[in-house]
Design a protein around this ligand. Structure first.
Ligand code: IMP
Length: 429
């Protein structure tokens, strides 16, 4: 009954999509447990690029059941658009997509509230993806959210919607002087979505538990990354969900004892999009070079990503928070050709050496990286499919990371394409 969680170890955009796509071959179920269409998981198959925002990457394989769990917040318009885009490219979507009835929906006023709040915060803004993710989770926690099951019951939906819109309109007007919404118009729109989505609605937790009892492989796909986790990330510069592996239990409705292993996805360098501290950020030509070579622009918003060196302090924090048993290293090829590669092993703060990841963003902001410099490699790692094909110094770089983190590299991705991958440990046997 292996249930494997694949979660990001940094600030998202680690390349989870490709690894989930690889692991999905041997999985029966692929499930998302948190976040929403703020995510953008890129998979390249035969030179064709797919960017998935809400639907698990397993959809690109025939015969896999893809689940959107209760912990995900869903913008139904975006979900339907994504479904249609896949269908138009020959991917069938029917019984292979199950959406938890308990999943909360993103409503139009969530986006309006987020954009108004961000503009009011000025330079302290979070730099969100503007998808209404935060306000949707706010309503969930405030126990007034609208779930998928609610739009399947028009009477109840209208009642909740009216009261939520009245509240949102007052807030928008009083706090931000922004225009409000008409309940009838939103109701009609969401009734159309309900019609389309109702056949996919079900009890996700029950389906996963049954599959595990039957000895099937369940692949659990995290979105964003541990450093964006609402509890364990660089708060307040985080997303509003539990992106680390722990979120998989509450976000799918399965117990912690059912999860057999968690694998962290680590990019060979670090990126971050949006505001917040980033000790190893490179504000120089090399940072620009990494961005250009690595195509570091948001898959969802197109924003340029901030780039920097690998940071062992934050990664060790991620390993602990997630209980990672192994990691997958991605984008190693982007470091090809450098004379040396720097890795941050500690922070310097007010003359002290800090090895523990600070809990608050303000302290992290003041931390300066302490680097160790490792020899680079001139040969290309691009497309390598065997460990032995990697240049010696690239292997040393990976071994060095393994030693520092105390876990092994299960997979090393050496390019965008599906088969540009070295697998040293099969997670589904
Ligand atoms: P939100 O999730 O849209 O509320 O954005 C909160 C923070 O998380 C911002 O800094 C976003 O840039 C960041 N973020 C959200 N989703 C992703 C993602 O999939 N990859 C990288 N950063 C993300």
């Amino acid at each position: 009954m292996p249930a494997l969680v694949v979660a990001g170890a940094q600030w998202g955009d680690e390349g989870k999509g490709k690894l989930v796509d690889y692991l999905a071959r041997q999985a029966h179920i692929v499930a998302r447990y948190q976040g929403g269409h703020n995510a953008g998981h890129t998979v390249v198959i035969n030179n064709e690029k797919f960017i998935l925002h809400l639907i698990p990457s397993g959809i690109l394989h025939e015969g896999k059941l893809c689940i959107i769990g209760n912990g995900v917040v869903i913008d139904p318009a975006c979900l339907i658009e994504e479904m249609d885009a896949l269908i138009s490219r020959g991917i069938s979507i029917g019984d292979n997509l199950l959406i938890s009835k308990n999943a909360h929906l993103i409503m139009p006023y969530h986006m309006a509230l987020e954009s108004a709040s961000e503009s009011l915060m000025g330079s302290r803004k979070i730099g969100t993806t503007g998808r209404g993710i935060g306000p949707a989770y706010v309503d969930k926690m405030a126990r007034r959210g609208i779930r998928l099951m609610d739009i399947l019951d028009p009477g109840l939906f209208m009642e909740r919607l009216k009261s939520n819109i009245e509240r949102a309109n007052r807030l928008l007007d009083a706090l931000y002087g922004a225009a409000g919404f008409d309940p009838k118009e939103v109701f009609d729109r969401y009734m159309g979505y309900a019609e389309r989505l109702k056949k996919h609605a079900g009890n996700a937790g029950e389906v996963i538990a049954r599959a595990l009892r039957e000895g099937k492989n369940v692949l659990i796909e995290g979105a964003q990354g541990t450093l964006l986790d609402i509890d364990h990330g660089t708060y307040p510069y985080v997303t509003s969900s539990s992106a680390s592996a722990g979120g998989a239990c509450t976000g799918l409705g399965i117990g912690p004892t059912m999860i057999t292993r968690a694998v962290g996805v680590i990019k060979a360098y670090t990126t971050r999009v949006g505001g917040g501290p980033f000790p190893t950020e490179l504000d120089d030509e090399l940072g620009e070079e990494l961005r250009r070579k690595g195509g570091e622009y948001g898959a969802t918003t197109g924003r340029p990503r901030r780039c920097g060196w690998l940071d062992i302090v934050s990664l060790a924090h991620s390993v602990r928070v997630n209980g990672f048993g192994g990691f997958a290293l991605t984008k190693l090829d982007i470091l090809d050709g450098l004379d040396t590669v720097k890795v941050c092993t500690a922070y310097s703060l007010d003359g002290q050496t800090v090895r523990e990841f600070p809990a608050d963003a303000a302290t992290l902001e003041r931390c300066r990286p302490v680097y160790e410099e490792l020899p680079g490699w001139k040969q290309s790692t691009c497309g390598a499919r065997k460990w032995e094909e990697l240049p010696e110094n690239a292997r040393r770089y990976i071994r060095w990371i393994e030693e520092r983190l105390g876990i092994g590299a299960d997979m090393i991705s050496t390019g965008q394409r599906r088969d540009e991958l070295i697998v040293t440990r099969e997670n589904f046997r």
